[in-house]
Every structure is written in C-alpha cells, then in structure tokens.
Design a protein around this ligand. Sequence first.
Ligand code: OGA
Ligand code: MN
Length: 288
Amino acid sequence: MQVRRLSFPIGAEVTGLDITRPLSGADREELVRHWHEHLILLFRGQPLTPQQHIAFTRNFGEADTHEANPDFRLPGYPEAIEVTNRTVHGKPSATREVGRAWHSDMEHTILPLKGSLLWCGELPGVGGDTMFANMYEAYESLSPGMRAMLESLEAEHDVIASFSDKYVAPDPAHVARLRLTAPPVAHPVLRVHPETGRKSLFLSERVRRFIGFTDAESAPLLRYLCEHATQPEFVYRHQWQLHDALLWDNRCVIHQALADYDRSQVRYMRRTSIVGEPCGRPAPQAAA
Ligand code: OGA
Ligand code: MN
C-alpha cells in the first residue's frame, strides 16, 4: 500500500489496497499505524457492499449496532446507518441534516465512538463536502497558560445544544424524545488518546457550558476554543467521489457535514461505527 497526505493538518489517502477483501494481519497493523499518525484515512474507488463495509470496519475494533439511533439503521444491517436526503417511503429521511454542526460522533454520551467509516454511494453534481479538524493540533497550539487552565475543566456535551433552525426547524417531538433518551454528559476538556498517548481538546459545537460555570460565563471561552480548533489551518475539507470510504478517529477529530449542495439532488452515505471506551459521567445540575 502507498500513503499520501491529503492536507497539511490532517489525513492521508491509502492506495494500492483493496478493502472489499479481508486484510492480512500485516496490512491491518500497518493501516492502524497510519490511522494513528494521520487521524483520517481515505480509500477511493471501493464499491463496498454493506457486508464488506462492516467487515472492513472490524479491523479497527468492535462494530457498533446503533442502539441509540435505530431509525437510522440500514434495514437488515444494525451495524450500518444511512446518512442521506433520499426520501424513505415518500417521507423526508430522518438523517438528511445529520452532522451539520462541528461534533465528534456520540460525544454526548458516556460511550463516545472510537471511529467512524463513511462511504459514499450517491453524490449531488457538486458539493456535499465534509470538514475535519485536528484536535491534537488545536490543543498543542494553545499557550501554556491556557493549556494549564483547561487541565481542570470538564464540559457539558448535549446533542441538543448544536441544533439550529439554520437548515431545518428541529421537530419539537424529536427534541423532547432526545431530552429523555440522551441526557447531557460531562467530559474532561482535555483527552489523552489511549493508543498514541497524545493529548487533545475534546470540545465542539455540542458543548453547552463548562461544569460549575454558567452558560454566560462559558460562552466566550467556548466560542474562542471552537473557532481556534476549526481555523482553516487545522481543517481538511473532503470533496467526495463516488465510492470513497473515509475512516476518522472520533477521539482526536471533530467533523461537520456541509449543506453546500442542491438539496433536490440525492446524497447517499453509509456509515459504520467503532465502539469506544466508556468515559465521562452524567452532567451534574447547571450552576445558577
Ligand atoms: C456522520 C456525519 C457527515 C457527512 O455520519 O457522523 O457527521 O458528511 N456525516 O455526512
Ligand atoms: Mn458525525
């Protein structure tokens, strides 16, 4: 296999490897090493069936069965979800606005995902890009003073915090259901990657406040850190091609799906998810 960097801050494309077939142990180990070094890996021209997609995912850990999002599942394959604006039985798809704000998958739970593998099955004529930011870089480029201050902080992650009516008015019944099924959680703001030992910033637009601080006190610093982390120098913007497969590490990367395409055209993505390690705790009551 050959590996070529996709951008200065993050990512590499792997060529010379057919991921529709089982990997040798040596190839698997080499891929994992490249993944830890580059944080996202792109494989172009891979016409993956759902079975092949799931089988390839298992090279990196346990394939999640998406208990938290049963409506997103590909029928017959609990290990795969569909992220698409294709209508389902004539109704708008529940996943047509998935990922519109900066986030890490399932960060708002005490079992955030280790990785995700997104595959492109159908594309609009232009656009439908996804952006990725390197959160090691975000951390390492902060001043020693800021890094030391963040050491003791926890943040409240809440899936609802990132909803906006910018693209689609959130359905109040859906929001009410999420309030019950996905209560906010607290995570340390700094995270040490269990494999690489590197420290990263674990924040996104799904963070509402720092634990023990009010929303008003939290907002300016949260905003600063999010803008810092997603400055163009730290971001790679992926322009999809048909049958691209892209693997990212949710422990040190945040991402965002852009609505930069003609919504009357179909965008169809299939995703698998790699189970992570439990971390964080239910969020305590907000400060007054
Ligand atoms: C996701 C997600 C991005 C995209 O599936 O987790 O954020 O571009 N998708 O569809
Ligand atoms: Mn996502």
